[in-house]
Design a protein around this ligand. Structure first.
Ligand code: DLL
Length: 427
């Protein structure tokens, strides 16, 4: 079993542990990674200047480009004979981001995923239907390792082949499932189409992540699959899934960041200035214990806020759900827009389903957004009043005029297992 005591550590204990780990980390990086030696020297910082975690803001950020410039293994802090696994995340353009793990890194990965599974409601002895992709993506193997450590029976279904997923859900009777939220939507709809009575399925908990999602999708998935759905967050560069996890009895209050391993900060997206708890900005992580690829103040580009929750079960800080990535933010006629903002408005209308996408086009010098959204089953998609209501609400809450294209159920492309893009940019 993993050690749960750390989840109740006091703030003083956490800060002492983080300080000790950070001091060791900067010394090691200065010695072993030429990129970091050069960064520290250029910023006039010597490892001995870093006395504790409170000095972290003195260290420079690491950005995705730094990993690209040192592609594939240039930022590794351990020789290849100590590296036991390599993953990579495919960016939309250019070379993938490559990450490596030592035995200790894989142990930490298992540990934080096991913690996350327990936080989501899973227990030893249950079966996990793992529909995250296996392969270079960290989702499949990452969840697999943590579930094995916890003592679950893992069903390594991987993504896609929906028909087979449904057979396994019915016949193998897993109590827990994990996949992207958009794929959980697909599975829920396919059950309805095939007349599968989801109340009879054994599955109780769904652990959803790898892409932004909101309460709209939670409601659809929970009602459609009869599960309790929680958020899991992570990124390959920091470890993979299991950087943070929402508790199944504290839904909607944010996800615990396992801050004994991953120290979070929120900074201003333009200035890099640290922001106070509760304020929204770019999430930045320092890996306190990683060996093969430790990163200092890694700029995730994900937008959220962090805050302690004194009424919570665990002492670790919580992060809000991710609004979107700074580099996926649309700027439409001067207004910043994340697709999750539209998702939240759609959620307010019973006659709409959370199946939607945003079509962005340029007419002359003007950028325009069309919201394609399916009506809920039984609602008339040709009823123009529905579109008008959505249009007005979007204008009132987001401040943008968008065209609305109401669609019949089942007419917008669905997730086939991986991450789903909700934006079709035709500019
Ligand atoms: O998506 C790791 C993962 C696998 C997380 C399975 C959760 C479940 P990458 O492919 O490197 O790693 O993509 C990381 O995905 O920076 C976010 O932009 C986004 N992301 C991941 N989890 C969430 C989430 C995995 N729960 C990038 N909510 C991150 C919103 C998420 N966005």
């Amino acid at each position: 079993m993993y050690n749960a005591a750390i989840e109740a550590a006091s703030l003083d204990e956490l800060r002492n542990l983080q300080s000790e780990r950070l001091r060791t980390l900067v010394k090691r990086l200065y010695k072993d990674v030429p990129f970091y030696k050069q960064q520290f020297d250029a910023n006039g910082i010597h490892p001995s200047d870093i006395k504790g975690i409170e000095d972290i803001h003195r260290l420079p950020f690491t950005k995705k480009n730094d990993l690209r410039d040192n592609y594939p293994f240039g930022m590794f802090a351990k020789p290849m004979d100590e590296v036991l696994r390599i993953h990579a995340s495919s960016g939309t353009t250019g070379k993938p981001t490559v990450v490596g793990y030592t035995q200790n890194d894989l142990d930490v990965f298992d540990e934080v995923v096991a913690r996350s599974l327990v936080c989501a409601g899973a227990r030893a002895g249950m079966k996990l239907h793992n529909a995250y992709g296996y392969g270079l993506f960290t989702g499949g193997l990452g969840m697999h390792g943590g579930a094995t450590k916890l003592g679950m029976a893992v069903i390594p279904v991987s993504g896609g082949m929906t028909e087979r997923q449904l057979t396994i859900l019915q016949d193998f009777k897993p109590e827990v499932m994990c996949c992207t939220p958009s794929y959980a939507q697909t599975l829920s709809e396919e059950c309805a189409k095939r007349g599968i009575d989801t109340e009879k399925l054994a599955v109780q908990y769904a652990i959803l992540g790898a892409e932004p999602w909101t309460e709209a999708i939670r409601e659809q998935v929970e009602a459609g699959l009869h599960v309790t759905a929680t958020n899991i967050y992570g990124l390959s560069e920091i470890i993979g899934p299991g950087v943070s996890q929402e508790d199944f009895e504290e839904k909607g209050t944010g996800s615990y960041v396992w801050e004994d391993h991953f120290f979070p900060e929120i900074v201003d997206k333009d200035t890099g200035e640290a922001l106070p708890y509760g304020e929204e900005g770019v999430l930045v992580f320092t890996t306190l214990t990683k060996e093969a690829l430790p990163l200092i103040r890694y700029w995730t580009n994900d937008i959220c806020s962090i805050q302690y929750d004194n009424n919570a079960k665990r002492s670790h800080i919580k992060m809000s759900s991710i609004k979107g990535r700074a580099d996926d933010m649309l700027i439409i006629r001067g207004v910043n827009l994340f697709h999750t903002q539209v998702e939240e408005v759609i959620h307010q209308f019973d006659f709409l389903s959370p199946n939607y996408r945003l079509i962005v086009e340029r007419a002359g010098t003007m950028d325009t957004v069309t919201v394609e959204v399916e009506t809920a089953k039984g609602a008339d998609y040709q009823n123009t009043v529905f579109g008008e209501k959505l249009k007005q609400k979007i204008k009132a809450t987001i401040g943008l005029s968008m065209a609305i294209d109401l669609k019949a159920p089942d007419s917008i492309p669905r997730s086939q297992g991986g991450k789903l893009s909700r934006i079709l940019d035709k500019r």
